[in-house]
Design a protein around this ligand. Structure first.
Ligand SMILES: [Zn+2]
Length: 619
């Protein structure tokens, strides 16, 4: 029965479908697509075969829709919608200069998917509706919408050519942070606002002309069988949707333009939440600190380098086959070096990791996780007379917004990303060295360095002229650059009064499966929590504290999740505090963590013997 219906449907469709036109269109678009893949291959050596195939399938479906338009003789009326996906993909290539092959493939999928739906609507409105008032009104409204979409994307492209940089996350944050006066100043004096307005008006006129012609063009409604073509056009929507769900397209990827448009909304929400939590937090901290004694801890410089998206699977010092970490490899020969081979991330989102890593709260103390009733390591260190510095190559007011209240009390705060977005300048991690150099040495000081590290897109983490062996992938190369940054920081701090340096990333990435970091059940893979972690003691500090050396030797064999770094750091610095119990410190004999009870994703999963989600996040 079903196959009979399907067969007769296919027969009817074949009378309104041109396989030759579809074939030519498919061949042409696949040719252009392959040329772009080759072009992107110059900087991105990854392959992502699954997503490559998905992009190909999307292109074939697009050609399939073209076949109907061609056969029905209505190509001219639908050309604007047919070209819309290509126009958006081209615009994103220009507006977001770093593009990986993976992003390119996903972009094609998304724009073809939404384009197909729009094309179906376009066809129904123009060809199937009666020519009454409602039909005419809908036809005009839809043409205006398409015209508006073209207008917006032309403006974005013009803006890139006028100002040399696109509308990205940072630009959106800058827009959300500004008020009307300051905004109009920046717009007119620093962003060629007048030129943009004039060109925008000219483009609007041109698009308006085309829209008017298309109104006039409206052919008589298609009759009988030819109206069936819309069924054919919309036929691939369901399989394409299923393909997107199965391949996690909707969970992982969203066209960058939409993502960027949502940034300012997100920013306002986070700011509000932060302001609400801050008052209660500061009162609690003051009360608790007043009970602490002050004369404890060691003198000297302690450096905590917080990495980003670093996976130990790609580090030579953890057994990777390529020489991605020559400096850290050489550190292994130093007696004061402790390499933790069983370190894991407590979450895969930066803000959630840092809110535990930098405070006395952890996944094992049974307390609710969040920014209340906890003490930040920076406030604690200030209490013991340490000068603290937070040098960051990440945004402090976007993804890091939860981190902001924790680090805002640091004596020195630098956010290169926030600065860079005002100056339209790209900073790399090595630029943090200049900031470190500006610090005047203090008797007791702790320097936190928050790297951009190995964050996606990987080729944006190192300067364009950074050299690496030809067989290195973008991720390998970012690891090599990260190693170089660590070496430079190490050399710099060593010339000062360095007692201890540690390197601890927030989380890793699912590099080998072509994923970033995603806590959702359909996205999470174990690789995302497999982080490197090491502690280095300067020779004089190690000599002065042989018992600490012995304890670290034991500790490096133990399982650790990075929410316990707070306890380890204070232990290494010889700070006795009442904020946490000794069993949370890997230096202590009653340390609680083993392979059986190690948790991640804020208690949602076991690190080992992971059988899926075991509870609600943070509760
Ligand atoms: Zn992160």
């Amino acid at each position: 029965m079903f196959s009979h219906v399907l067969r007769s449907l296919m027969r009817s469709l074949s009378s309104v479908f041109s396989p030759v036109a579809a074939g030519i269109f498919a061949a042409g678009s696949i040719g252009v697509f392959l040329a772009f893949v080759l072009f992107l291959g110059r900087i991105d050596k990854g392959s992502n075969p699954n997503y490559f195939i998905i992009a190909l399938i999307a292109l074939m479906f697009w050609a399939w829709a073209f076949g109907f338009m061609a056969r029905c003789g209505v190509l001219r009326r639908h050309l604007p919608v047919l070209a819309l996906p290509a126009a958006f993909i081209a615009m994103e290539m220009i507006n977001f200069p770093f593009c990986t092959k993976l992003q390119f493939y996903c972009r094609i999928y998304h724009y073809v998917f939404y384009g197909l739906i729009l094309l179906g609507v376009d066809f129904v409105i123009a060809q199937c509706l009666p020519k009454n008032r409602l039909g005419t009104l809908l036809n005009r409204a839809e043409l205006l919408l398409v015209g508006f979409l073209y207008w917006i994307l032309s403006l974005i492209v013009v803006n890139v050519f006028l100002n040399g940089s696109g509308i990205d996350n940072d630009a959106m944050i800058a827009i959300s942070q500004t008020d009307a006066t300051e905004g109009s100043y920046y717009f007119f004096h620093e962003n060629h606002g007048l030129a943009l307005l004039l060109i925008g008006a000219a483009i609007a006129l041109a698009i308006g002309g085309i829209v008017y012609c298309l109104w006039r063009l409206r052919p008589p409604a298609l009759e009988g069988k030819r109206r069936l073509a819309v069924t054919g056009i919309l036929l691939p929507v369901l399989p394409l949707l299923l393909l997107g769900i199965v391949s996690n397209q909707f969970a992982y990827f969203m066209p960058l333009t939409w993502k960027t448009l949502m940034v300012s909304q997100d920013y306002r929400m986070q700011k509000k939440r932060y302001a609400e939590k801050r008052i209660a937090y500061m009162e609690y901290v003051k009360r608790e600190l007043d009970k602490e004694q002050k004369d404890t801890g060691s003198d000297g410089l302690f450096a905590v380098v917080i990495g980003e998206s670093a996976s130990r699977r790609y580090m030579q010092c953890y057994g990777y086959h390529l020489p991605t970490t020559p400096f850290q490899q050489s550190l292994l020969e130093q007696p004061g070096m402790f390499l933790f081979r069983d370190a894991y991330a407590c979450h895969v989102q930066t803000v959630k990791v840092l809110s535990l890593m930098l405070t006395n709260r952890n996944q094992y103390d049974g307390q609710k996780l969040g920014l209340t009733n906890l003490v930040s390591v920076i406030d604690l260190l200030a209490h013991y007379g340490y000068r603290t510095a937070w040098l960051s190559n990440q945004n402090m007011y976007t993804q890091d917004s939860w981190t902001t209240p924790l680090v805002e009390t640091a004596d020195v705060r630098v956010s290169l990303k926030d600065y860079g977005k005002r100056k339209s300048k790209t900073f790399y991690d090595l630029d943090l060295l200049k900031e470190a150099d500006k610090l005047t040495p203090a008797k007791r000081e702790v320097v936190f360095v928050h790297l951009w590290g190995n964050h996606l897109p990987y080729q944006s983490t190192y300067p364009p002229d950074f050299q690496a062996p030809a067989e290195f992938s973008a991720y390998d190369k970012s690891m090599l650059y990260n190693d170089y940054v660590l070496k430079e920081l190490f050399d710099f701090f060593s010339k000062r009064n360095l007692k201890m340096m540690m390197y601890i990333p927030d989380h890793a990435d699912g590099v080998s499966v072509g994923k970033g970091h995603d806590p959702r059940p359909q996205g999470y893979v174990h690789e995302m929590v497999e982080i490197p972690f090491w502690v280095y003691l300067a020779p004089d500090y190690a000599a002065a504290h042989p018992e600490l050396v012995a304890k670290l030797k034991t500790a490096e064999q133990r399982v650790i999740t990075n929410d316990l770094i707070f306890n380890l750091l204070l232990g290494i610095m010889k700070i006795d505090n009442r904020f946490t119990e000794s069993r949370y410190s890997p230096l202590s004999d009653d340390y609680l963590l083993t392979r059986d009870n190690a948790l991640t994703l804020w208690r949602r999963r076991h690190v080992f013997n992971d059988t899926g989600e075991i509870g609600k996040e943070g509760e």
